[in-house]
Design a protein around this ligand. Structure first.
Ligand code: PAF
Length: 307
């Protein structure tokens, strides 16, 4: 369906239904809010490898922005997005208006993200994940894909989409794409465009925090020490940490202090007025093991290195 001219751009439901009817074989979707960058491009390649047709949605979803957030300022770069999609062999770009997505106005019936949606990112952005899941479910209904590809950087979003698909028996395979990073390790994000030079330099504290956590985890440090090592790296001028925690990879609850095995560092910070998030998969090496009850903990408990 892709021609030399690039993907078919569709702005409305009826046009998309016609394009969808012409697709045979497996269909993959990558949902985006536009301002596509290398991170999105890697998701498009993953989608391309898994399906016969790739659909990209571009929609800045008002439901997931709170009062005072950057809904109006969010970058809208459709021509550049189409060029990225053309380079990655995308078949159809669905870039609907808000009235096409929500023809009856702001939906009064929504998906509730539940308790997981209220922690971490959700604690700072009440209702954010309800808005995300509502539009994700709606777009899944419109696109009817076999595969939906989401980035690992937005780990809580990914976990909630997986949970919604399981809880509500949505027939789609969810595939996670690895985080793509700048040369200094900063995770690619459309919001990086907001950072001026000073903020951009300060933002290097986020990947540095991940690196400190990885080192501590490799030493077999306790979970609270791993998280503290990361927090120490965020303690630099211009960075206001929001949360920085070591959590279970599936339910995103904080792991116990004596945890060994896979874990995920979740962090968010405001840098130069821009909220940035990052996530890192870690393997916490086994230490001396948890303390027998009533005794002092024998496990190695190294202190975080303060930069
Ligand atoms: O990750 C995003 O860009 C958005 O949250 C999504 C999944 C496109 C829903 O609006």
């Amino acid at each position: 369906m892709t021609g030399a001219a690039g993907p078919l751009l569709v702005r409305d439901r009826a046009g998309f239904a016609r394009a969808r009817a012409a697709m045979t074989g497996r269909v993959a979707v990558v949902m985006t809010m536009g301002a596509l960058h290398d991170g999105h491009a890697s998701l498009l390649r993953l989608a391309r490898a898994r399906a016969d047709h790739v659909v990209v949605t571009v929609f800045v979803n008002p439901l997931q922005f709170g009062a005072g957030e950057d809904l109006d300022a969010y970058p809208r770069t459709l021509d550049a997005d189409l060029a990225v999609c053309a380079a990655e062999g995308v078949d159809v770009v669905l870039a609907p208006t808000a009235s096409e997505v929500y023809p009856h106005g702001t939906p009064s019936v929504r998906v509730s993200a539940g308790e997981l949606g209220e922690r971490w990112e959700g604690a700072s952005r009440p209702g954010h994940f309800d808005g995300v899941l509502t539009v994700v479910l709606l777009l899944l209904h419109l696109v009817r894909p076999d595969v939906a590809v989401f980035g690992q950087k937005d780990r809580q979003q990914l976990a909630l989409v997986r949970r919604m698909v399981a809880d509500l028996a949505v027939g789609v395979e969810v595939v996670a794409g690895a985080t793509v990073r700048e040369p200094d390790g900063l995770a690619r994000s459309s919001r990086n465009a907001y950072l001026d030079a000073g903020a951009r330099a300060a933002a290097a504290a986020l990947p540095a925090a991940g690196e400190r956590a990885r080192e501590a985890a490799a030493r077999g440090a306790w979970a609270d020490v791993v998280a503290a090592a990361a927090r120490a790296a965020l303690d630099v001028p211009g960075v206001e940490p929001s949360y920085c925690v070591l959590v279970d990879p599936v339910d995103l609850r904080e792991v116990p202090t004596d945890h060994a095995g896979p874990a995920v560092l979740l962090l968010a910070a405001r840098v130069g007025g821009t909220r940035l998030i990052d996530t890192l998969d870690l393997e916490v090496a086994p230490g001396a093991g948890p303390a027998p009850s009533g005794t002092a903990a024998p496990r190695s408990h190294p202190q975080p290195e303060v930069p």
